[in-house]
Design a protein around this ligand. Structure first.
Ligand code: CO
Length: 134
């Protein structure tokens, strides 16, 4: 059901420092920051030859990243995103398997303008999983 690894998301406490780290120290192609008010984050995509890195920085007072950064003050891997062809079919299959889909269960539009869902980390070996329809 799942396809390619679309991205690995890393929550960061200092966005400019993280941009400089990936652009200058690691020599990666870093795209400009995008504010995602619906998701409470500012995101920066880094293009790698086989996948992307998504830097996440809190946006707004009730950003979902805030609590994560309180527990992980130097930042850390926040989620991984797998591609699926049909997100509603994937959701229904997962729900039937007993896996928990976060939120209302209805896909939201993610940072690439495509429908996304998040799956409960306790059902996926301690990893928050994002599904993105491609
Ligand atoms: Co993501």
């Amino acid at each position: 059901m799942i396809g390619r690894l679309n991205h690995v998301a890393i929550a960061v406490p200092d966005l400019n420092a993280a941009i400089s780290l990936y652009r200058d120290t690691l020599g990666a192609k870093v795209n400009p920051p995008q504010d995602e008010p619906d998701h409470g984050v500012t995101v920066v995509f880094i293009d790698l030859p086989n996948t992307k890195i998504e830097l996440l920085y809190p946006l707004g007072e009730d950003s979902p990243i805030k609590g994560f950064l309180e527990k992980n003050p130097s930042g850390g891997i926040h989620h991984i995103c797998y591609e699926v062809e049909d997100i509603l079919a994937a959701r229904d299959h997962l729900a039937a398997s007993g896996a928990r889909v976060l939120g209302t269960g209805e896909p939201k539009i993610g940072a690439h303008g495509k429908p996304v869902l998040f799956l409960h980390p306790k059902d996926f070996t301690g990893t928050l999983v994002e599904l993105e329809q491609v």
